[in-house]
Design a binder for this molecule. Structure first.
Ligand code: UDP
Ligand code: MG
Length: 136
């Protein structure tokens, strides 16, 4: 298969809390993204700050880190053809109000911060983010 990639997906606290993990994973599998590994965990605010450090200069950084550490999350490695772009398409726009019909954020997102999922946005970030949660 050409361009087989891996990417990191996170099911954020708002979606874990509403028991949406299986629904979201079924969207991935229907679209040929397989879950290679997954785990549920509750990270600290410091860990969230490290994970999201690319956003440290943004006005929403502190709130974002508080939010990601506010409850359990599920992190997973997705693998498939063009997995990074494919996952971003399935997620939809950052703000659920702007997300296309059928996307995860349109279906389940509550607001721009409680938008149900994270997905790596480039090959370099995918590697770094997979390593962050799954370094062996
Ligand atoms: N975010 C926010 N307010 C904003 C922009 C972003 O709370 O004005 C949050 C939102 O949860 C988003 C995350 O910060 O998912 C990371 O932002 P990014 O621009 O990387 O969006 P994404 O890649 O998640 O679509
Ligand atoms: Mg992003």
């Amino acid at each position: 298969m050409s361009n087989l990639e891996r990417t990191l997906s996170i099911i954020k606290p708002d979606a874990v809390e509403r028991n949406l993990s299986e629904n979201i994973k079924s969207i991935f599998s229907k679209n040929n993204l397989s879950v290679l590994d997954s785990k549920k965990l509750h990270i600290s605010k410091d860990e969230a700050a490290e994970f999201y450090k690319v956003h440290q200069s943004k006005p929403f950084y502190d709130q974002l880190c508080s939010y990601l550490s506010s409850g359990p999350i599920e992190v997973m490695i997705l693998e498939g053809k063009n997995a990074i772009t494919k996952n971003r398409e399935l997620m939809g726009a950052t703000d659920p109000k702007n997300a296309k019909e059928g996307t995860i954020r349109k279906l389940y997102g509550i607001s721009i911060d409680k938008n149900s999922v994270h997905g790596s946005d480039s090959p370099d970030n995918a590697k770094a983010e997979i390593n962050f949660f799954f370094r062996k």
